[in-house]
Write a protein that binds this ligand. Structure first.
Ligand code: 3PG
Length: 306
């Protein structure tokens, strides 16, 4: 009986847990849910006999891989896999997968939710602004970016996108205008929504030069990863541009400085909330369970990332 560990420091919704458990029960697997654990040491002591793991933003470090002697596959139920040490996994012959697209709608809805919240002054009773007719720039047109564009068009926004990895035809087919340069996108839009992954090319890439080219009252929305922002540069931008706003799904490391010095100009979720919906948890959790079964039983490596 294959042993699966679902290690989620931030647990899936109850309905998702039930459905994941059902998939493994039907397949004759032994599935354990290890939720709300405290720190890496607890995770390391829980992975001992797991052959497969499902994780969310949980950190799969070389130490975790080392402790999981029977591990064959880790599926990140979600899009970003920057929390998994791919080098250690590959060295130990562990297959790593993600579940692209499964939680995208939840993230896209949160982006527009944060934008409305800010445009209406955090619902504090004062007069705000509308999203209609404003320009939205989407930085990276993947699964989430595409859905953000769709919802934003429903609000009557003018939508632009920059993504050198996506054919112009695909972007234009959605009624979105292609920007040939990232600088052009940042300079022309009222809102920028970030959808780039965190990797060696993108960490701290949203820097002084890019942010200083933005409009004086521009709003930067980050539902990707905090690591892509150069936080020191952002502090300077906040001081230089009194209208600049930052909304982020998860707080930056310099949260205290930003909120104390520039009150009302930023909003941060207390935990990463983009994918925190029952629907997203069910979609990503079920996909992860089925990918594990497909891999262990048929050698299916679709969505392998290492
Ligand atoms: C993702 O990369 O899919 C999102 O950041 C979701 O992360 P979470 O599963 O920790 O909510």
């Amino acid at each position: 009986m294959a042993k699966v560990l679902v290690a989620t420091e931030k647990p899936f919704a109850a309905a998702a847990v039930e459905q994941i458990a059902g998939i493994f029960k039907d397949a004759g697997y032994d599935c354990t849910f290890f939720e709300k654990y405290n720190g890496q040491d607890e995770l390391i002591s829980a992975v001992g006999d797991a052959e497969a793991m499902i994780i969310r933003s949980d950190k799969v470090t070389p130490e975790v891989i080392d402790a999981a002697k029977n591990l064959k596959i880790v599926v990140r139920a979600g899009a970003g896999f920057d929390n998994v040490n791919l080098e250690a996994a590959t060295k130990n012959d562990v297959c790593v997968m993600n579940t692209p697209g499964q939680n995208s709608n939840a993230v896209a809805e949160l982006v527009l939710g944060m934008m409305v919240f800010q445009a209406r002054n955090h619902y504090n009773g004062t007069s705000g602004t509308e999203l209609c007719c404003k320009k939205l720039g989407i930085h990276a047109y993947g699964n989430v970016g595409k859905l953000v564009a769709k919802i934003a068009k429903g609000f009557g926004m003018e939508v632009f996108a920059f993504d050198p990895f996506v054919e112009n035809d695909i972007i234009e087919a959605d009624g979105v205008t292609v920007c040939e340069t990232v600088e052009g996108l940042y300079a022309m839009c009222d809102y920028i929504s970030l959808h780039i992954p965190a990797n060696e090319h993108t960490v701290k890439s949203i820097d002084y030069s890019l942010m200083s080219s933005m409009k004086p009252d521009a709003v930067l929305v980050n539902s990707a990863r905090k690591e892509v922002i150069n936080e020191d540069d952002m502090l300077k931008i906040f001081a230089e541009k009194p209208g600049f706003i930052y909304l982020s799904d998860i707080a930056p490391a310099n949260k205290e400085k930003l909120t104390e010095k520039f009150p009302g100009r930023c909003f941060f979720t207390p935990k990463k909330m983009g994918a925190q919906t029952a629907e997203a948890n069910i979609n990503a959790g079920k996909a992860a369970a089925n990918q594990i079964i497909g891999f262990l039983e048929k050698g299916d490596t679709t969505f392998k990332v290492n």
